[in-house]
Design a protein around this ligand. Structure first.
Ligand SMILES: Cc1cc2nc3c(=O)[nH]c(=O)nc-3n(C[C@H](O)[C@H](O)[C@H](O)COP(=O)(O)O)c2cc1C
Length: 387
């Protein structure tokens, strides 16, 4: 069973990740991984932190001579910002009382996390709950994508709207084909990773307005997988369902508040006759004219494009003291404290969502086609495809 674990704090020395049960013989392209890491750092509306970091993957184990060995893959992503935080983040230096944080920021893990773990310094919660961890997830997703490319499976992602500016969620009844060449180029050229250039300036203006007001923005993200064979996931048990696994992978990303497969919420408003995707046969295969199901029926891939759309809430750290909170030690009313932060991280999050989707697809691909090495998996895959 493919799995991964991450460790590391936002301002600690760096992030450590272990991927277990990844097959041998996969040619690793470091540039591809580093490009995804760069994209996770970019996008209009990011904060000063991204100017300090230039994330790069450093493999510690499991890759030799450019190929995976079948042993656990471990890698490190350095936090350059650690140099500015050495004193406060050192493993053994005691933490001065005046640098401890007692006022939980609404919208963060601060409140529940510090009560749950009995901590007297909220920094212990915020350091780990931070979305810095998503750098690890992007690298894992990129490694999964590298493997899945061997089977013609491709991934793409985009930002549909920022704070509602762009494609309206209610209009999202037809899939935008993210693999279409024009859309792909537009997304690549857009600082917001938006498919339609006419939305870009308005969405940027909205982010600028939020910045001036000391406020923040969220948005709507979509990610797709193309070339996924029929039958990944299963209808036989609740926790074997592909859509359920994707929902967990995506919902566990910081600030993601909804996950839809295909037309998602919109399906509640459609009639059965206009919702379900009729099946046809032609040109040597089965096909659909629509993909409202987002490529998944009964918890299994059906061979169409798999599509997931999710809402990212506005960044919860605001640059003006709008939000009320309470000092956990004194119970005094306070304003939420300000820590350097992004105004909008939706473009960055779209890369994380794409990575989460890649992990889920890879998990079920390996479950279906098994094998410890790439050659063996290719034989299994070809045997299935020939049937
Ligand atoms: C790529 C990315 C970047 C983020 N950057 C920030 C940030 O700079 N400041 C912030 O307060 N929250 C940021 N967040 C969101 C918080 O990490 C998240 O809201 C918080 O940990 C609470 O988790 P929850 O929203 O899932 O409940 C970011 C999220 C993502 C996915």
């Amino acid at each position: 069973m493919l799995r991964f674990l991450t460790a590391g704090e936002s301002h600690g020395k760096g992030l450590v990740t272990i991927i277990d049960n990844f097959p041998a013989g996969v040619k690793i392209n470091e540039d591809f991984i580093n490009e995804k890491l760069r994209l996770r750092q970019s996008g209009y509306g990011r904060g000063a932190r991204q100017k300090i970091e230039t994330d790069k993957i450093e493999f510690l184990s499991g890759v030799r001579g450019g190929l995976t060995t079948g042993s656990p893959i471990s890698f490190f992503i350095k936090n350059k910002d650690y140099e500015n935080w050495r004193d406060r983040m050192d493993a053994f230096k005691s933490v001065p009382e005046e640098s401890k944080i007692h006022t939980p920021r609404p919208g963060h893990a601060d409140f529940a996390g510090s009560i749950k773990f009995g901590l007297d310094d909220i920094r212990n919660v915020l350091e780990r709950s931070s979305a810095r961890e998503t750098a690890s997830r992007v690298a894992v997703g990129a490694i999964c994508q590298i493997f899945l490319k061997n089977f013609g499976i491709e991934f793409a992602s985009a930002v549909l709207n920022i704070g509602g500016v762009g494609i309206d969620a209610a209009e999202k009844n037809n899939l935008i084909d993210l693999f279409d060449e024009t859309n792909r180029q537009n997304i690549g050229n857009s600082e917001l990773r938006m498919p339609y250039p006419e939305h870009e300036e308005k969405a940027k203006a909205f982010i600028d307005k939020m910045k001036t007001e000391g406020d923040t923005a969220g948005g709507l993200i979509t990610a797709q997988a193309k070339g996924v064979p029929v039958g990944l996931g299963s209808f036989t048990q609740w926790d074997e369902k592909l859509d359920a696994h994707i929902a967990m992978s995506v919902m566990s990303i910081q600030a993601i508040k909804s996950v839809e497969i295909g037309v998602g919420v919109k399906s509640a408003y459609l009639k059965g006759s206009s919702c379900h995707d009729s099946i046809y046969y032609g040109g040597g295969g089965f096909y659909r004219k629509t993909d409202n199901a987002g490529g998944i029926e009964g918890g299994m891939s059906n061979g169409e494009i798999i599509s997931v759309t999710c809402a990212m809430k506005p960044i919860p750290t605001l640059m003006k003291p709008y939000l009320d909170t309470v000092d956990l030690n004194t119970c005094e009313a306070k304003k939420a404290f300000l820590e350097r932060s992004d105004v909008c991280a939706v473009p960055a999050a779209s890369i994380v969502v794409e990575s989460a989707l890649a992990f889920s697809i890879c998990y079920f691909f390996l479950k279906k086609f098994g094998g410890d090495g790439l050659a063996e998996i290719k034989r299994n895959y070809e045997g299935y495809a020939k049937k």
